[in-house]
Ligand binder design. Structure first.
Ligand code: ATP
Length: 407
């Protein structure tokens, strides 16, 4: 059977993955075999999410009626029902549900009724609490197929410690990153000297190490010194796979979906208030804005180096009329030509503008020149992919250390 669970946490506590890890141990205690523990991230732009829009599925060899009973029991015991936004869902299915539902939940928006219709059609056991929205994530987890997958080992804290400062040795995290990158990633952000893998929220997670195989995440984890975790679980995940991105064109983007869009830069990037950088790209349909927000730190230097005429692929979520950049590919570089007032051939002094569209004039001798002096500035970036730093990376975004995406 596949057991799916979602929407058990709130900003003040709990985490659906913790609940899944505890459930896995209870199932094992009843002599059931847990073949896989899966953590899927769904559309990062849904407004109902608490943090990272995660849902879990356990692949279990055992009695479905008992599995359902245990899963519902653990939700009633551990979910944070006090929060308005916590609307748990549990699904137990004999086999994987239609993967189209999972793909829609990662890339788009699903109605609760779409989930219940699929559950009814497939004869799955299910239960939703309060407004039952958690059934969307629980169904998606049970319907998930992962053509590309990564792993994360999550260490969870003793309940007595929840909400208190986490004791994780900072230096050991840098050691783990150095010893295992690029087979693990996002433990720390080396360029910005920031720890990434230890949350600041009052939930049960102590830290998480992401990587390409169970062996690599275990190796990274073994180098970390910390308070003693209550339990640890290796999850198979869709994190770091770009599964939220769909192909798009400038004229056809929908709010809250995440895209790869190809276009030509139309103007020089501008740094606005708060350090956010914006510019526009155009294809033969329309023009759209792209944003590199302040938290993307040094990535903004790459964006500021773009010039009109550069051809790029922009990847990120489309929100309020902008693509919020997660990564870009520079496909071709234009010449960076800047125009200056020319020198007066007689006086050898630089001329000044004679008004818009009127050319240039020498203030000394009155000589007139129509054309400006053209200066070519050497380009500081090359073609290829560029990404936001680990501190700004979304769970689903594929880090470039996993390989360059197709162009
Ligand atoms: P948790 O640790 O509980 O998983 P979270 O940040 O992952 O926390 P949730 O509390 O699960 O967020 O809230 C997300 C809610 O949005 C869930 O009810 C889930 O079923 C629902 N949801 C997820 N993806 C979609 C989608 N694509 N369309 C509609 N609803 C969705």
């Amino acid at each position: 059977m596949l057991i799916g669970i979602d929407d058990t946490d709130s900003p003040t506590g709990m985490c659906t993955t913790y609940l899944g890890a505890v459930l896995a141990r209870r199932l094992i205690r009843e002599h059931m075999k847990v073949r896989e523990a899966r953590l899927v991230r769904l559309n990062p732009n849904v407004t109902f999410k608490t943090r990272g829009n995660a849902a879990i599925a356990l692949d279990v060899d055992g009695d479905p009626a008992r599995g359902f009973e245990l899963a519902c029991g653990i939700v009633e015991e551990l979910a944070d029902f006090s929060c308005d936004k916590t609307n748990p869902g549990v699904v137990v299915a004999g086999e994987r549900l239609d993967p189209a539902f999972y793909r829609k939940a990662v890339t788009d928006f699903c109605e609760i009724e779409e989930a219940t219709e699929l559950l009814e059609r497939s004869g799955a056991r299910y239960r939703g609490w309060k407004n039952r929205r958690g059934l969307v994530g629980a169904t998606a987890a049970v319907a998930s197929v992962l053509p590309d997958k990564t792993y994360e080992i999550l260490a969870y804290r003793e309940p007595a410690h929840w909400g208190t400062p986490r004791e994780v040795d900072r230096e050991s995290l840098f050691v783990a990153e150095e010893a295992t990158f690029p087979h693990t990633w996002d433990t720390v952000d080396l360029a910005n000297r920031v720890v990434v893998c230890v949350p600041h929220t009052p939930d049960p997670v102590l830290f998480g190490i992401r990587g390409e195989s169970p062996a690599w995440v275990m190796t990274g984890r073994s180098l970390i010194e910390s308070e003693k975790p209550a339990l640890e679980q290796i999850w198979v995940t869709n994190q770091g796979t770009d599964s939220h991105l769909v192909p798009g064109t400038c004229g056809s983007l929908r709010e809250g979906l995440s895209y790869r869009v190809r276009g030509v830069v139309t103007g020089r990037p501008v740094t606005g208030e708060g350090g956010h950088v914006s510019f526009a790209i155009r294809d033969n349909e329309a023009e759209i804005r792209c944003m590199a927000y302040e938290p993307t730190k040094n990535f903004r230097e790459i964006i500021r180096a773009l010039v009109p005429g550069d051809e790029i692929i922009a990847a990120g979520s489309y929100k309020k009329g902008s693509i919020n950049l997660e990564k870009i590919c520079v496909l071709s570089l234009a010449r960076d030509l800047r125009h200056k007032a020319p020198f007066c051939t007689v006086c050898k002094k630089r001329m000044t503008s004679d008004g818009k569209g009127k050319g240039y004039k020498c203030r000394r001798c009155g000589a007139h020149e129509l054309e400006p002096e053209e200066q070519e500035i050497p380009r500081t970036i090359r073609t290829g992919w560029y990404e936001v730093p680990p501190t700004a990376r979304r769970h689903l975004a594929k880090p470039l250390c996993r390989g360059m995406p197709d162009r």
